[in-house]
Ligand binder design. Structure first.
Ligand SMILES: [Zn+2]
Ligand SMILES: [Zn+2]
Ligand SMILES: [Zn+2]
Length: 208
C-alpha cells in the first residue's frame, strides 16, 4: 500500500505527495527512516566520544574498543542497506541520488524537525550544516540524542533509558498506533528522506 494516498496535505506539497503515493511503501519508508536514525546515533556517539577523550587517552584506547565500535557501525550499515534494498526501484534511484549530495538533509521538513526537537538547528552553533562538509556518508544528518553539542547545551548526558524513550517515541509517531498511512509525522519525514532533489519541469511547486 502506498504512502499518503488518503492524506490531506497543504497545497504546497501536493505534487510531492502525489509523486510518492504510487511508489513509496509505507513500511519500507519507516524501516529506512529508523535504520538511518540508528546509524546517525552511532556516528554521533563516536564523534562525542572522540571529542571528549583527550588525545593521550585516545592512544590508550584498546583495540577491542575500536573493533567493537566498528562492528556496531558495520551492523547498522548492513541493516540500512537491507531496508534500502526493499525500496521500489524508482524510489531507490531517487534515494541513492539524494544521498550522494552531502547537504541532502538540509531541507525544510528535516530542519523543522531538528528545530522542534531542540537540536542544533534551533541554535546558532551550525553543527548540522557543518556535517555537510564531512562528505556524503550515510549516517550524516541532524542531531540525535547522541549529539555532543546538544548535550553540552543541556548541561548533561541523557540516560540510556531517556535515549531509549526518544527512539520509541519516534517509532510510535511513525507507526501512528498501527495506522501509519495517516501519520502526520511520517508525512513530514518521508518528504525529507525521499523527496527528489528536483521537481519535474512542468510543476511549479517545490519540496520545501
Ligand atoms: Zn551544535
Ligand atoms: Zn546537536
Ligand atoms: Zn539540525
Amino acid at each position: 500500500m502506498g504512502i499518503f494516498r488518503r492524506s490531506r496535505t497543504p497545497r504546497g506539497v501536493s505534487w510531492n505527495v502525489n509523486y510518492l503515493s504510487n511508489i513509496l511503501n509505507t513500511n519500507n519508508a519507516i524501516d529506512v527512516i529508523i535504520a538511518e536514525h540508528a546509524l546517525r546515533e552511532q556516528v554521533q556517539r563516536e564523534e562525542a566520544s572522540d571529542i571528549r577523550t583527550a588525545a593521550c587517552e585516545k592512544l590508550m584506547a584498546t583495540e577491542d574498543q575500536k573493533t567493537q565500535s566498528e562492528n556496531v557501525k558495520s551492523t547498522l550499515e548492513q541493516a540500512l542497506y537491507r531496508a534500502v534494498s526493499m525500496l521500489e526501484p524508482p524510489i531507490k534511484l531517487v534515494y541513492d541520488a539524494l544521498r550522494r549530495e552531502p547537504n541532502w538533509f538540509m531541507r525544510g521538513p528535516l530542519i523543522e524537525y531538528c528545530i522542534d526537537s531542540g537540536g542544533c538547528c534551533s541554535r546558532q552553533c551550525g553543527c548540522c550544516a557543518k556535517r555537510c562538509f564531512l562528505g556524503a556518508h550515510k549516517g550524516q544528518g541532524h542531531c540525535t540524542s547522541e549529539c555532543w553539542c546538544c548535550a553540552e547545551y543541556r548541561g548533561c548526558e541523557l540516560s540510556s533509558q531517556q535515549k531509549k524513550d526518544i527512539r520509541e517515541s519516534m517509532e510510535a509517531r511513525l507507526r501512528y498506533r498501527g495506522n501509519c498511512e495517516h501519520s502526520p509525522y511520517l508525512l513530514r519525514m518521508a518528504s525529507g528522506f525521499f523527496g527528489p532533489l528536483k521537481p519535474p519541469k512542468h510543476k511549479k511547486t517545490w519540496w520545501f
